[in-house]
Design a protein around this ligand. Structure first.
Ligand code: ZN
Length: 229
């Protein structure tokens, strides 16, 4: 059901020159937007450009962007973080609202929207958990909130035990020890997740992501404990 829904949405959201999966739209100028400012028809190759090649006006952001594409990354769990950071800074410079303070309200609004979108894309792709969840969502799979009856009970037991230890930890040394353990678990799960995505085993990826979510929650609890003590 999800896959069907994703296909329908894909048709609706699709920007020109962005073959979704079929690629049959590649030569279709049908529906190609024109520049809102000068009215020039944008070719499919212009679809990705932030600025109109004719009048240089900032164009509206894609209402449903592919964050991987926006951030110049391949659609993969493995992301080159330094490259992601560079791309983020580059885009932020280009669309920064300060650059548009002397421009029309339309461009000022677009720059705000682009800026928010670029922030969200960067945040989503930066951490393994959000990146993995997003990648899974692109394939039409989502993880529901709350507890899961199919969850590995040994794992849940382990999480509860660590959580209790953390609550009881009196010294910074104890907390640091738990933190080191959590970090190691996080690293291992991230590696497993990368392998599952590489193998195209989405069910496995989903299971690892559920575990990673628990681990990240614990990590946040540790951070909170450290800042409040
Ligand atoms: Zn134009």
């Amino acid at each position: 059901m999800w896959r069907g829904a994703a296909r329908t949405l894909c048709r609706v959201w699709q920007a020109p020159g962005r073959p979704c999966s079929r690629g049959d739209e590649a030569s279709a100028p049908r529906g190609a937007p024109s520049c809102w400012s000068c009215g020039d028809q944008r070719t499919p190759a212009d679809g990705d450009r932030l600025f109109c090649p004719t009048c240089r006006a900032l164009q509206p952001p894609d209402p449903k962007p592919d964050f991987f594409r926006l951030m110049d990354c391949g659609q993969s769990f493995t992301v080159d973080i330094p490259n992601l950071k560079r791309r983020y800074q580059q885009l932020q410079r280009l669309v920064h609202p300060d650059n548009f303070s002397q421009k029309s309200q339309t461009e000022r609004d677009f720059s705000e929207q682009h800026s928010a979108q670029v922030n969200e894309a960067y945040k989503t792709l930066l951490t393994p958990l959000s990146r993995g969840l997003y990648l899974l969502k692109l394939q039409g799979m989502e993880i529901s909130e709350g507890t899961d009856s199919h969850m590995d009970l040994d794992f849940l037991g382990e999480i509860m035990e660590i959580s209790e230890k953390l609550n009881e930890a009196q010294s910074e040394a104890e907390t640091n020890k738990i933190e080191a353990f959590i970090r190691a678990e996080e690293k291992e799960l991230t590696e497993d997740l990368g392998k599952a995505f590489k193998q195209g085993d989405l069910q496995k990826a989903k299971d690892f992501l559920k575990k990673l979510r628990y681990i990240v929650n614990l990590d946040e609890k540790i951070k909170l404990k450290k800042t409040s003590s």
